[in-house]
Design a protein around this ligand. Structure first.
Ligand SMILES: [Zn+2]
Length: 224
């Protein structure tokens, strides 16, 4: 589990939490905020530093907040028994990105693996608040033992490879399928298609579907 350590500024020393039997989930209630932003906000509250033990950004990066052993400042009446995890985002309205959910579940697996099974709660389960928001993926978070696969994003190169497979580009007449070569030769010679270049009479430079349409139109014209 990669945790980014960032030595956040603090105002004084943390005290040790007496026990750990809960994990409480929060959202930042901010669409975009760094762990340093949150730390500043909480220092401005007069606290020792960031109230949470972990902060997960939308891109899935996980930051250390206060030390895991420290008494937190994130859920009134439960700070002396819980680890607090905050997710960047405003999940009353937004939807959690797959990368962030995958990291949240990985972090929960990591924590539960070290402490044994702790009670997983949302902030609103213990205090009067909307946190972590009605769109927070609570069912998925509770299913943390099942690894979340990050959605596979198709790269430009992969997309082009797929597109070339379904609709290949014929650069010259030699690339054209045999069943079309005769008609394409005639079309090139009479100028019905020109391949975009004047110097090479064999240039086609058309994709399969466009060439098919041109052939259909050419044959229809010839039969009139
Ligand atoms: Zn909260």
């Amino acid at each position: 589990m990669k945790i980014i350590e960032c030595n956040l500024p603090r105002n004084g020393n943390f005290t040790r939490r007496s026990k750990t039997d809960e994990v409480i989930l929060h959202h930042a209630e901010a669409s975009s905020a760094t762990v340093w932003d949150i730390n500043d906000w909480h220092l401005n509250n007069g606290w020792t530093g960031i109230g949470y033990h972990y902060y997960i950004r939308k891109d899935g990066s996980v930051y250390r907040g206060r030390p895991e052993w420290a008494l937190g400042a994130h859920a009134v009446g439960h700070n002396d028994r819980s680890i607090g995890i905050c997710c960047e985002g405003a999940y009353m309205t937004e939807t959690m990105p797959a990368a962030q959910l995958a990291s949240l579940k990985a972090l929960l697996r990591d924590i539960m693996g070290r402490y044994g099974k702790l009670t997983l709660l949302r902030h609103k389960d213990v205090n009067s608040t909307d946190c972590p928001g009605k769109n927070f993926p609570w069912a998925e978070a509770q299913d943390y033992m099942n690894e979340e696969k990050e959605e596979h994003k198709v790269t430009q190169a992969e997309f082009e490879a797929m597109y070339n497979k379904v609709n290949p580009l014929y650069k010259t007449i030699d690339d054209v399928p045999g069943y079309w070569q005769q008609v394409v030769r005639v079309m090139l010679d009479c100028g019905a298609i020109d391949g975009g270049t004047d110097d090479n009479p064999d240039d086609v430079n058309m994709r399969h579907e466009a060439l098919k349409a041109a052939i259909v139109a050419y044959r229809a014209a010839m039969h009139q």
